[in-house]
Design a protein around this ligand. Structure first.
Ligand SMILES: Nc1ncnc2c1ncn2[C@@H]1O[C@H](COP(=O)(O)OP(=O)(O)O)[C@@H](O)[C@H]1O
Ligand SMILES: [Mg+2]
Length: 644
């Protein structure tokens, strides 16, 4: 079984694309290369084009000179005279070959200068586009796969430039040879074509087969690579040994690579077959070509000198042909890959987070979620159904509920990362003016939100970078990094490391250290604090913290809210929700109940009361009547209008 069969659907369409279409795309691709080159380094591009055209001219001139030399040599008369007469043509030949060498060197220098610049331009464009795609779109496997496939073509433009140079070089010299040949005798041109066509056919077939195979197997290869990655990953080292996971992974690797090998064998056989057929036809054509030349010479249809020039030209152009074939082969593949990148960039733009939108009210009085439902792409069940809630500055809003009840999804909606399938998210100003998330300037929404996701990324970078990445739009300010770290109680830990803030928080690097789960959580908390946004969403921020650290973390969040931040706290530690201003209890994607701790504890048979009492019982506390519990520091917020 192959890893993923999703590419099968593209295969038919691609296989039907004829060579004509591909060839007609070649100028377009060259135009792309030219455009990219023009944008990257105008002077280098002009130099390159001049060098290429120059080489074509020198090639043709050289051939004409060869003809001149041969004509004089094959003429009647004493040899010294013939040599003297052919001298000017010989000098032209020498000058031309020096010129060709100079132009070739110039062309190499210019393309060497251009190539990296083009790669950077294409990569930047692609990666910038991809990082602006709506999160919901990246959740759709068919979109994600297209975006992912684009990665393989980011250096294609660079290679396409090199190949364009090679191809135009050969093409120009072939056209020059063809022109000279045709001017010598009309029959020589069709002969040249007869040799070239079968080879071209073989190259196209081979290229297309390889490309289709690669596309077909891309997911499989990715899975194989991932398997291997796991084997050396420090994170997995424990399970790999203790659970013998390594044996399983290796077995999987071997099975999967055997499949790849089978595919490669199939490809190699098919390629060998194609090459044989193309070679045979091309060889026959060459034979015919030389036979015809022989006949023309013996029948007197062609002077001997012209025959000599023809042999040189045919040899020149068939030698060039081999490299042309190889290069067209690769160019063709690169072209297909590059169109994947273009397609990914286009698709990314289509699904991009809008760059414009209504400015948010300032200051924001509340964010209101109204009757929001959300279904993940491809999911059968909604993750959220008819959810309404309100988040206000100066308050801690707690979201509690069982695993899978929709808390993290709700956090993503509040953060503006995903748009609701139904319902609305309103950002409300002091005078009641409001902007819906879909119409809002999303960049401004993102700037207003700090997010500590449940599965926050552990960047393999320095400790300082791991905090400063919390505000990628600002220049790093170490004083602020330190104060964010202080607020997350991770400052002394980092400063105690041998390389302090410059330590790489990933083992295996020089200056690398290994942090514990809890330490990572604190570092990520520092990251969200560094963001310094008026809304802070923290998704199970203390799940790995020790009891002391956890209590302190909750107290700090409370303090932050008291200082005016809107804190949304997702947690299973209900001791922390006792001081929340408002608690929403989610159950299977719906708000089952909401209110202050006291209000919820007073609900007979309520879900919250039940969860709280079970947790309290774990610590040996008998179920406590509600009036003995600590009350919210602020008066319980009035019931949000939409909730219930
Ligand atoms: N990226 C996703 N794609 C598809 N389904 C998801 C995704 N993330 C979560 N879900 C599903 O949505 C539901 C709610 O998940 P989540 O919001 O993570 O719950 P919680 O944070 O309360 O544990 C679950 O059934 C989960 O399987
Ligand atoms: Mg969650």
């Amino acid at each position: 079984m192959r890893w993923n069969h999703a590419y099968v659907e593209h295969e038919g369409a691609l296989a039907r694309t004829g060579f004509g279409q591909m060839a007609s795309a070649l100028p377009r691709m060259m135009a792309v290369v030219l455009r990219a080159g023009w944008a990257a380094d105008r002077r280098a591009l002009v130099g390159l084009v001049v060098a290429q055209v120059g080489q074509g001219i020198t090639g043709a001139t050289g051939l004409v000179a060869v003809n001149g030399v041969l004509t004089h040599l094959f003429a009647d008369g004493p040899t010294p005279d013939k040599l003297r007469q052919s001298l000017p043509a010989l000098i032209v030949l020498a000058v031309v070959s020096v010129g060709t060498a100079l132009l070739a060197a110039w062309s190499t220098a210019m393309s060497g200068r251009l190539e990296p610049q083009i790669e950077r331009a294409v990569s930047t464009q692609y990666y910038r586009a991809v990082t602006r795609v709506e999160v919901a779109a990246t959740e759709q496997p068919e979109i994600q796969r297209h975006l992912e496939a684009g990665k393989f073509g980011t250096d294609s433009a660079r290679r396409m430039l090199g190949l364009s140079v090679g191809i135009t070089g050969v093409l120009i010299s072939m056209v020059a040879s063809a022109a000279v040949l045709a001017s010598l005798h009309w029959a020589l041109l069709p002969m040249l074509l007869a040799i070239a066509v079968p080879r071209g056919w073989g190259a196209v077939r081979t290229a297309r087969r390889e490309y289709l195979s690669r596309r077909h197997w891309v997911d499989h290869r990715r899975a194989v690579a991932t398997l291997l990655q796991y084997l050396t990953m420090p994170h997995a080292a424990g399970e790999i040994r203790a659970h013998e996971a390594g044996t399983l992974l290796l077995r999987g690797y071997e099975e999967m690579s055997r499949l790849v090998e089978t595919e490669q064998r199939r490809l190699a056989r098919a390629q060998a077959h194609t090459e044989l057929v193309a070679g045979a036809f091309s060889g026959l054509a060459s034979l015919g070509c030389y036979g015809m030349l022989w006949w023309l010479l013996t029948s007197g249809g062609l002077p001997l000198a012209v025959g000599g020039t023809a042999v040189v030209a045919i040899r020149n152009s068939t030698a060039g042909l081999t490299s042309l074939v190889r290069q067209v082969n690769r160019m063709y593949e690169e072209m297909l890959q590059f169109s994947d990148t273009e397609e990914a960039t286009r698709l990314a733009a289509e699904h991009a987070i809008p760059r414009t939108g209504a400015p948010l009210p300032s200051p924001v009085r509340a964010v209101r979620v109204e009757k929001v439902s959300f279904t993940y792409p491809g999911a059968t069940e909604p993750a959220l159904t008819d959810v309404s809630l309100r988040v206000r500055p100066g308050e801690v809003t707690a979201l509690v509920g069982m695993n899978g009840s929709g808390k993290s999804t709700l956090a993503k909606i509040l953060a503006g990362l995903v748009l609701p399938t139904e319902g609305a998210v309103w950002w409300e100003g002091a005078d009641g003016e409001r902007v819906e998330l879909r119409d809002a300037d999303r960049a401004q929404v993102f700037r207003s939100v700090g997010l500590l996701a449940q599965d926050f990324p552990q960047w393999q970078m320095t400790a300082a970078a791991n905090v400063a990445v919390g505000a990628g739009d600002r220049a790093r300010d170490m004083a602020e990094v330190r104060s964010a770290a202080r607020a997350a109680d991770v400052d002394s830990l980092v400063e105690g490391l041998a390389h302090g803030w410059d330590s790489i928080v990933f083992k295996g690097y020089e200056r690398g250290v290994q942090l514990s789960g809890g330490q990572w959580q604190k570092l990520a908390t520092a990251r969200s604090r560094y963001r310094d946004a008026p809304f802070l969403l923290v998704d199970e921020p203390t799940s790995a913290l020790d009891p002391h650290a956890e209590i302190e973390a909750f107290e700090r969040l409370r303090q932050l809210a008291d200082d005016g931040t809107a804190v949304v706290l997702i947690t299973h530690r209900l001791a922390a929700t006792t001081t929340a201003d408002h608690i929403y209890v989610l159950d299977a994607g719906r708000v089952a109940e909401d209110g202050t701790h006291d209000q919820l504890m007073a609900r007979p048979g309520g879900l919250y009361q039940h969860m709280f009492q079970r947790q309290a019982a774990q610590y040996g506390h008998p179920p406590t009547p509600p009036h003995d519990l600590p009350t919210a520091r602020r008066a319980g917020a009035p019931h949000p209008d939409a909730a219930g």
